[in-house]
Every structure is written in C-alpha cells, then in structure tokens.
Design a protein around this ligand. Sequence first.
Ligand SMILES: Cc1cc2nc3c(=O)[nH]c(=O)nc-3n(C[C@H](O)[C@H](O)[C@H](O)COP(=O)(O)OP(=O)(O)OC[C@H]3O[C@@H](n4cnc5c(N)ncnc54)[C@H](O)[C@@H]3O)c2cc1C
Length: 400
Amino acid sequence: MNAIPEPEDFRAQAWQWLATVARPRAAAGEWGTGSDSVAVFENRTEQEEREHTARIQEWERTRYDQGWGALAWQDTYGGRGLPASYEQLYRSEEAAFDVPHRSEIFPVTQQLVAPAIGIWGSEEQKQRLLRPMLRTDELACQLFSETEAGSDLAAVRTKAVRDGADWILDGHKVWTSGAQVATWGVAVCRTDPDVPKHAGITVFLVRMDAPGVTVRPIQQMTGGASFNEVYLDGVRVPDTDRLGPVGEGWRVTLSVLAAERLDSGSLGLDNADRALDLARNLHRPLTDSEQQRAADLYLRTLVQRLIGLRVTAALVAGREPGAEASVGKLYATGTMRDTSDLVSELLGPRLVADTGEWGTYAWTEHLLGAPGYRIAGGTDEIQHTILAERVLGLPKEPVR
Ligand SMILES: Cc1cc2nc3c(=O)[nH]c(=O)nc-3n(C[C@H](O)[C@H](O)[C@H](O)COP(=O)(O)OP(=O)(O)OC[C@H]3O[C@@H](n4cnc5c(N)ncnc54)[C@H](O)[C@@H]3O)c2cc1C
C-alpha cells in the first residue's frame, strides 16, 4: 500500500499536476470581466447539454488516467487508497484552474452511485461497473422519485416482477436529473406489495437504452430541461443487474441518500461570494439594511465552511458524518436563499429588466434556480425531521 502524503505535500503535487494540464482561472478581483453566469441550473438545449457532458467526461478521464480521479478508491478501481478528505483537498486546488464545471450527473455517478455499488454490489458488478463509472465512461442517474413518492420515497409504485433470470419493470419516475445523458438508472422498485412498504423494495440498475425506457424532458422555469420523466414499460432487467438483496432495497436507497446529503454541503458558496463581490462593486454606499444582509451572508459562508470542515473531520476519523451532513445541506439551502435576498435588495429593478449590464440581470438565474435545492435530495422539512429525530432524540414521526 502506498504511503499517505502529508496534506500540504499532496496539495502542492496536485497543483503542479493541474498546472501541466489546465490553465489557471483568471485572477480573482477582476470584477466585470469574463462570464457573469450564476445559473443554478444551466439553460442549455439537449444538444448543448450533450456537448458539455462530453467536455466534462474528457476532463474526468484525463484525471482518472493520470491518477488524480477516484483518489479514495483502492487501486483495483484505479484509485490511490487515500482518505476521503484528500478528495476535498484536491478539489480546493482544482478550483483555481479553468476546468469544465461538473453538471449534476457527475457527482451522482461518482459520489452517490459508485459508492453504493461499492457497498451493495456483487464482485462481478464491482468489476464490471466501478471503473467505467469512476472514469465517467458510463454515467448513472437516480430513478427514485415518482409523482406519489417523493419525501415518502418508500411509497414507490414502480413494479419489478421476476421472470426467470430477469425482472420486468413497469412504472413512471419523475424529476430524474440527467436522464438524457445517463447510461444507467438506479431504479427503486416495489417487488413485494404484501409486506410493510419499506420491506418490499428492491433496487435495480437499468440500462437507459433498454427497450421500454422512454425519457421525456421537463422544461424548467430557468429555461433548460435537465429534469425528466422516465417511463419504464415492460423493461427487462437481468437479475445480475439487481443491486443488493431482494427486499433490502430501502437500505440500498438510504446509502445513496446519505451520500447525496454529504455532497450538498458546499452548495451555494460560490454564488454567495459573488453576491458579496457585487455589494463591494456597486459604486454607491450601501443602505443599513443592505450592510446587515451582506454581513449576515458573510457570516453564513464562514459557518457553512466550518460545517464542511466538521464533515471532513468526521470522515478523517473514519466516522459516518450523518447529522453534520443534514445540517450542511440545510445550511447550504439557507445560504442560497439569503444570497437571493441580498442580491434582490442590491439590484432592485435591474434584476428584472435586462439592461445588458454585466453581473446584474444574470442573477435572475440564481433566484429562479435556488429554491430547487430546498427540494432536491430531501426537502428542508425532511432534513429538519432527520435532525429532530436522530440528533435531538425527539419522538419519531408516525409511519404512514
Ligand atoms: C433540483 C431537483 C433535482 C432532483 N433530482 C432528482 C433525481 O435526479 N432523481 C429523483 O428521483 N428525484 C429527483 N428530484 C426529486 C426530489 O427528490 C423530490 O422532489 C423530493 O424528494 C420531494 O418530493 P416531492 O416533490 O414529491 O414533494 P412532496 O414529498 O410531495 O412534498 C411536498 C411538500 O410537503 C412537505 N412534506 C412532505 N412530507 C413531509 C413530512 N413528513 N413532514 C413535513 N413536511 C413534509 C415537503 O417538505 C414539501 O414541502 C429532484 C428534485 C429537484 C427539485
């Protein structure tokens, strides 16, 4: 096993490598130059989404092939067996370089689905799927939510019925991010309707190009269509693509959801920093109320970063950061909301009428996109319930 480098040495090596394959980002502080996009969900056509995805894949493959992807994975899967916190160290160096900004399907594949396969997959599935997913040759989306099963995910109705060596899937999933570009979908299905709802669930890996899979994009108010409805009509899935034991799908699902909360803690920080830059660059004195909001937002970004460090510390100590992750996710959506409030006050009418001025109307895309993250990956209310029950030890919600 390779020795673990000191964090500072590792950061220096990462920086040196990055400098050989990417250009440094334009220096901070150059207000008014470069892109002013603060979009939470990009407004792209399907063709543009595919092209952008291909650019990110090219970058992720370079990283993986040169030993800077999959850092926390064993070398069997192309990794370096480093502590999970080294991934964050690497990311903080990468942020200084001009590399393609990962769309949602990438963390879903690498940070949510691959680890779930690592925990629940058979040896054959690990050998077949982990390298292509970590290298992003194959991308995976979450076929979890349905119209009647969101917060109450265990109420899924999509059926999977055994047929010899296969299963036949029938149902309708909704809000599936990235389904158009995914090779695989992780589908939460009901395999036994006669037992309590959490016990009758099984998870399957479904090829998105299998006969019977239909993807229908849903146009968002921000313009793009990264969410989709996915229809599963008599889709045949081999038993070798079942993830985890029959009837134990709820535990598999929880593994994915826990990883999703963990991944959400840094959401919104870049745009909060950008909003504070906006406040500095207005070329007029701020009102008292604007100053208060700006100072509050600044404090929030500090606290959110500290929560992120606690999550890292838990990982370093080999502990599952359960509660810290829920706090981090809630905090992040609050930061996004407070960013919207500050920007609305600073810009007023310039936010709703496009004058062509750099860094003004572009904020509309933050305001319209930010509320989505109060819902995605478990709503704010559900995170509150998790904290109330698991951290504060309050009485549990009655099971419906
Ligand atoms: C940006 C985004 C990306 C998404 N990506 C995906 C994806 O890739 N794959 C996927 O499967 N799904 C995805 N979703 C769907 C998401 O997981 C669900 O929208 C979410 O779980 C909420 O479910 P729902 O929309 O059915 O709302 P509901 O569950 O119907 O909730 C409606 C309201 O009631 C509240 N509520 C519900 N139950 C309780 C309770 N017990 N206590 C208190 N309040 C409650 C909720 O907080 C919410 O305010 C995404 C959603 C968004 C917004």
